[in-house]
Design a protein around this ligand. Sequence first.
Ligand SMILES: NC(=O)c1ccc[n+]([C@@H]2O[C@H](COP(=O)([O-])OP(=O)(O)OC[C@H]3O[C@@H](n4cnc5c(N)ncnc54)[C@H](O)[C@@H]3O)[C@@H](O)[C@H]2O)c1
Length: 375
Amino acid sequence: MTHMVSLIGCGFVADLYMRSLQAMDGIEVMGVYDRDSARLSAFCAHWNVPSQPDLASLLDAHPRDGLILNLTNPEAHFEVNRTCLEAGFHVYSEKPLATDLDDAKALHALAEEKSLMLASAPCSVLGEAAQTLGHALRHDVAGTPRLIYAELDDGFVPQAAYSKWMSESGAPWPYEDEFRVGCTLEHAGYYLSWLISWFGSVQSVTAASAETIPDKTGQGPMAPDFATATLFFKNGPVARLTCSIVAPHDHSIRIIGDRGVLGCDAAWDNGAKVHFAKRVTLRRRLMELPFKRRIRIPGTTHPKVKRWGAAAMNFMLGPAEILEAIKTGRSSRLSNDHALHMTEVTLAMQNAGQTGGAQLMTTTAERMEPMPWAL
Ligand SMILES: NC(=O)c1ccc[n+]([C@@H]2O[C@H](COP(=O)([O-])OP(=O)(O)OC[C@H]3O[C@@H](n4cnc5c(N)ncnc54)[C@H](O)[C@@H]3O)[C@@H](O)[C@H]2O)c1
C-alpha cells in the first residue's frame, strides 16, 4: 500500500526530506505547494513531483489518510498548520509548531477536537542513536541517571560562509530567517525530544538566553544566539541543555549515571556511536574509564541516509511513523502532546532572557514507546 504525503514549502530543508524519501518504501508525494513560484518550479522539476498552484488545490487533492508536511518558515507554521487541521488533515510540522505558546495550544486543541495527528519535527528521536541510548537507559547500563549535559553548539556561525550554502535543488540557506528565529527555536528540539521520550514531562525550566553577537547581518537585533536551561523532569534526572551559534561545534550528550557515563557525540547523525564509560577506582583515584564500550542494538534498525551538509539524518522517519499509525489505527510515538510539550519547553528557553528564572510547565507528555527494533 502506498502512503501519500503533500509538501507545503519546498525550500532548503525540503530537499533533505526528498533525499530521505528515496530511502523509504511505499511513500509518494501527492503534491507540492510553495508561495514562491520560481522555487516551486525548480523543486518540482528537480525531484519530478507534481506541483499545485495554491494551498486550496493542494488540500483538494490530498487524501484523508495521507499526511501533510509543513516545511514552511517558522512564522508561517501556525497559519499553515491551522488551515490544514481545519480542513481535516493530519499534519507533520517542522519545528516549532508555532512561535507563540497560546498559538501552539490552540493548534493542539484543534487537532484533539478533530481527532487528527499533529506532530512536530525533529524525528531523530526515532533514529538509531536516540533509540540506542533509550535502550541502554531501560536496560540500566549506567545505573540510575542523575544528571545530563546536552550540547547543541554549532560553532561561530555568523563568520561562516553561509551565504554560499545551497540545497541540492538550489535553495539558499535562509540565514536571515535562521538568525531572526534563532538557534534555540531551530535546534533545542533535537535533544529535548530525546529527553522527553526517555523521561516524560519536564516539570520546570530555569533558563537564560541572550544575543551575544549583535547586528549579525546589519539589520539590528535578532533572536538569542545562546540559551541554556536546567530542566527538572517530573520523574527523572536533571538535565542541562545549551544551544548556541557561538561556541565551538559540540553536539554531544552525556548521561551521568551511578555506574558511569553513557554518551553520544553527534545529534544530527542517526548512526552516531553510542558509548559507555564505566566508573572505577584505580589506585584510590575515581575515574571514568577512557576506553569506552560501544553500545549497539542487535539487528536491523531503519533506512539510513548519507550525510548531506551538517546532517546524516533520515527526515522521513517521523512522517513514516505517523502514516503507519494512521493506517493501523494506533497512537503515534510522535504524539500531539509530545509536540506541544517540546514547543513549550523550547519557548521557555528562547524567551527567558536575562531574568527568565524558574518557569513551571503547563503541558505534559508521556515517555515514548521505543521502536520495535529497540526493545
Ligand atoms: N535549513 C535547515 O537546515 C533546516 C534543517 C532542519 C529543519 N529546518 C526547518 O525547516 C523549516 C523550513 O526551513 P528551510 O530552511 O527550508 O527554509 P526556506 O526559507 O529555505 O524554505 C521555506 C519555504 O517555505 C515557503 N513558504 C513560507 N511560507 C509559506 C506559506 N505560507 N505557504 C507556502 N509556502 C511558504 C517559502 O517560500 C520557502 O520556499 C523551518 O521550520 C526550519 O526550522 C531547516
